[in-house]
Design a protein around this ligand. Structure first.
Ligand code: SAJ
Length: 443
């Protein structure tokens, strides 16, 4: 242990990163910037090629400049050969995707194959750290047996730890350097070594614990967020029925010093929150326990796009239109505000359902580029022109600042604005000459 500890302290340990995506690439760049030699592996040749040219394949503030710097000064390089990365590094991070399949069960293909690969190249004294979100128990039940196929023993011959990433997209670089970390180890030395390494990149508190605790912490954090949003959504649906403004209710309830309700919205998107509760649900099932609250929260959040479609149908009636005759503009296809990321965006089922109803649907986003199979343009005026209904989906700041009167002048007919994020006040919309419907509010 002393040898690796010394190498980490003196920044002589070579850091290998398997998976150069939204978390792996920023992590690699930050270790390289701190002075470590970093080698990264990704299965996508185009990703590797771009990285080695110093061009970031992901969009994240600050990443292009940092990557260019560490590639130019030769502190970091990438390859598709993960075997060589596993062989040539002292510390190995596994930061690969752990999605769910169509039946919502964990798909650990990338994770398992990374560990298979490491196992084939494992030598004594290495430290392996996973950051991928997994069902609690995966490190002991999947990673350890794979690694021990090498004939080496976890905790005795090599170190194994788990530390979930906690960074929020659009602030990943900043948050990796300031957020606190939970580091779980297969034994005390593993947790201690991994914790030491993280103190080199974060000023946040690093807490060491068992590997299962660290795995559980991550999925619990994201399940909590999902349950909190589901609570807000359920209250919003009730307030719509009772003629009460949910936004106001939540804002006022949050004035209580021990209440913090999140915001209702058109659905929960992104790469983590819609999926991580299922990893926990799966682990619970394996343990013979039914997670009813967390499962119900998923159902509530997954039903939100259907509710938005109903709001659109209702709004179209108000301007004497139906799905087959109307033009509907979907504004904001990113999964949330101020990002170009549209993974699992609630806009996707909405656009697809409108298209199935033969509606003339066109989407806009200032950052994201997907069309989800429909028409798409970055030109806002072209998109809203002569629409019967404008549906604001993502809470981009540029939308909040829009001049609604100017927008309405491109729409030379009666039109309703459906606000799923409460970007506007009802008066503001009506003063601009449009009908108004907002999630969680009566008309
Ligand atoms: N949403 C709401 N209401 C809210 C907050 C969010 O409807 O009050 C929606 C968003 O619009 C979005 C989805 O939920 O569609 C998820 O948004 P998010 O901001 O909770 O999550 P992500 O996926 O962008 O980032 C998260 C991190 N979130 C925060 O730190 C706020 C964090 O939970 C994780 O560290 C990270 O993903 C991860 O790795 O899971």
């Amino acid at each position: 242990m002393e040898d690796l500890e010394k190498r980490i302290k003196e920044k002589k340990a070579v850091i290998g990163i398997i998976g150069l995506g939204y978390v792996g690439l920023p992590l690699a760049c930050l270790f390289a910037e701190k002075g470590y030699d970093v080698i990264g592996a990704d299965i996508k040749p185009e990703t590797v090629e771009q990285i080695n040219k110093g061009i970031s394949p992901i969009s994240e503030p600050g990443i292009n400049e940092l990557l260019y710097k560490v590639v130019s000064n030769r502190k970091m390089k990438a390859t598709t050969d993960s075997g060589s990365v596993a062989r040539d590094s002292d510390v190995l991070f596994v930061v690969v995707q752990t999605p769910i399949d169509k039946d919502k069960n964990p798909d650990l293909t990338a994770f398992t194959s990374a560990y298979e690969n490491i196992s084939q190249n494992l030598t004594k004294g290495k430290l392996i750290i996973s950051e991928s979100t997994v069902p609690p128990g995966t490190m002991k039940n999947v990673a350890v047996p794979k690694l021990e196929k090498s004939g080496l023993k976890a905790g005795a011959d090599f170190y194994l730890a788990y530390s979930p990433e906690r960074a929020i997209p659009t602030k990943t670089l900043a948050e990796i350097q300031t957020n606190g970390r939970i580091v779980g180890g297969v034994n005390e030395e593993s947790a201690k070594l991994a914790a030491l390494l993280y103190t080199k990149i974060t000023s946040g508190e690093v807490s060491a614990d068992s590997i299962e605790t660290a795995e559980m912490v991550k999925v619990v954090e994201n399940a909590f967020r999902d349950v909190n949003i589901a609570f807000a959504n359920e209250i919003a649906l009730l307030c719509e029925k009772m003629g009460i403004n949910a936004s106001k209710v939540i804002k006022l309830a949050n004035k209580h010093p021990r209440v913090n309700i999140l915001e209702p919205g058109p659905g929960v998107g992104g790469h983590c929150i819609p999926k991580d509760p299922y990893l926990l649900i799966h682990a619970a099932k394996t343990a013979g326990f039914d997670l009813s609250l967390i499962s119900q929260a998923r159902k509530i959040n997954e039903a939100m796009p259907t509710h938005v479609i109903k709001m659109i149908e209702q709004s179209l009636k108000e301007v004497n239109q139906d799905m087959k005759t109307a033009k509907v503009a979907i504004l904001g296809i990113a999964y949330k505000g101020n990002t170009d990321d549209s993974r699992n965006s609630p806009a996707e089922p909405i656009v697809k359902s409108l298209m199935d109803s033969k509606c003339n649907v066109i989407s806009h986003d200032p950052y994201a580029k997907h069309d989800f199979g429909g028409k798409f343009s970055n030109d806002l005026i072209e998109v809203v022109k002569d629409s019967d209904c404008l549906v604001f989906m993502a809470d981009h700041d540029v939308y909040r600042k829009l001049d609604l009167c100017e927008l309405k002048s491109a729409i030379k007919k009666p039109c309703v604005l459906v606000d799923t994020r409460r970007l506007f006040e009802s008066r503001q919309v009506m003063d601009a000459g449009m009908g108004y419907a907002a999630l969680g509010t009566t008309r």
